[in-house]
Write a new protein. Structure first.
Lengths: 135, 288
């Protein structure tokens, strides 16, 4: 299972049960990674992907428990620690901005190794940083 | 101005606006949060109030953009600023100068312990990135750097991104909260609700503290002093963790450090002023 998350400068992910931000070009980047793999998310996340109806998305409220090896999971506001032993890699998008937060990314990244990083411009974000970590 | 005249000015203004049919240019009457209901500042720049639910009336849920600002009161203080933020209100050019405006309680004062040194900023009630208001005295209050950058800016970013990405509207109201006749606001109440999706995208009601860690403020006048025992930090060697990608610096025990990429992490021992001079900003969570 490979979780995909977005975080702000303080590691925040959500505020008042709502995502901090979204970006059309980030979603394109996510979909470009699918390559025939299954992409899981919940109904809340699906609503921001609805403009791409052809995307191979599987919607399930318990998707973190159901996702299999090599499958991608777009995660918003859900704890990952309970699933840590099944995580094969983490794909982190950094907004490089500050937002209010009351929910935070909960994995200890210091125990992971950064394998890849790239910056790209978003549709409403000057620079988004994409990082790929492995245990 | 004599006290009686001071009291008459707002009444005459109200009468003029009523007679000229301009009442719809003013924000609707709104009672802000009571300071008695706000917990004392405890290290976080803002606190959720009323379970994070804003207090907008249903008739304001419109898909037409608008913005309105309250006239200054007899003490020269701002009132509520209210907008229905849409893409059409957002600025298309860089912000202009606002230095000519002197909001109530204004002092030009510097401390080494403040990011950028200046204690006070001219804080837009409705941020420039949302409605493009420049030097509008009805939209600028005296606010600490901490209120401006750590408190208000994250909420403005939240709303700006949402409007830009969805082209939806966000009802947005910022109300400065003054105690008695104080010239400096104790804080601001910020409320927002996304219109087209009924608040699914944006919904908050928060109080943001007009404080500055390390500085004591007299809210009656805006006068200030360093806290007893606090140093200006000049030359004081402290160990910080730097994020060389985001250019933020943190205390070593900050939770942001645990989530930081090892490739971007650097340890630094020295003064925070040296780091700020190098272009680094203090983390908004641990406030080093």
């Amino acid at each position: 299972m490979i979780p995909i998350l977005c975080v702000d400068d303080s590691g925040g992910t959500m505020f008042n049960h709502r995502r901090q931000s979204q970006d059309r070009l980030l979603r394109q980047d996510v979909l470009a990674m699918v390559h025939g793999r299954r992409l899981w998310m919940n109904a809340y996340s699906l609503r921001q992907f609805q403009s791409q109806p052809e995307a191979p998305i599987t919607v399930d409220e318990d998707f973190l428990a159901k996702a299999g090896p090599g499958e991608l999971c777009f995660v918003e506001g859900l704890p990952l620690l309970p699933h840590m032993d099944r995580i094969e890699a983490v794909i982190l998008y950094r907004w490089n901005r500050r937002y209010p937060a009351d929910t935070y990314f909960d994995l200890p990244l210091s125990t992971y190794r950064l394998r890849e990083t790239k910056d790209f411009p978003g549709s409403s974000h000057k620079t988004i940083t994409k990082e790929i970590y492995t245990p | 101005m004599k006290p009686l005249q001071k009291r008459l000015v707002p009444l005459l203004l109200l009468l003029c606006l009523t007679l000229t049919g301009c009442m719809d240019l003013l924000p609707p009457e709104h009672t802000s949060v009571s300071l008695e209901d706000v917990p004392a500042y405890a290290g976080e720049p803002y606190v959720a109030i009323d379970d994070n639910q804003p207090d907008f009336s249903e008739e304001d849920l419109t898909t037409e953009s608008f913005e309105s600002y309250s006239p200054l009161d007899s003490l020269g203080r701002c009132g509520a600023a209210y907008a229905n933020v849409g893409v059409d209100l957002m600025p298309t050019e860089e912000r202009g100068s606002i230095g000519q405006v002197q909001p109530s309680g204004w002092h030009t004062v510097k401390y080494d312990c403040v990011d950028g040194k200046y204690l006070y900023n001219r804080c837009h009630l409705i941020g420039y990135q949302l409605t493009g208001e420049n030097a509008n005295e009805e939209n600028l209050i005296t606010g600490t750097r901490y209120l401006n950058v750590d408190g208000m800016l994250p909420f403005e970013n939240l709303v700006a991104d949402y409007v830009q990405e969805t082209a939806n509207h966000v009802l947005y109201r910022v109300t400065p909260v003054f105690e008695g006749d104080n010239l400096l606001a104790s804080g601001v109440q910020m409320e927002a609700l996304s219109v087209e999706d009924g608040g699914e995208g944006i919904c908050f009601n928060v109080y943001v503290y007009n404080v500055q860690p390390g500085v004591v403020i007299d809210y009656a006048t805006g006068e200030s002093a360093l806290e007893d025992g606090a140093t200006a930090g000049e030359g004081e060697a402290v160990t910080y963790i730097l994020n060389t990608s985001s250019h933020k610096f943190h205390y070593p025990d900050c939770s942001g450090v645990a989530n930081m990429s090892e490739a971007n992490k650097e340890t630094f021992t020295g003064s925070r002023e040296e780091l700020i001079a190098q272009g680094y900003e203090p983390c908004g969570q641990c406030n080093p």
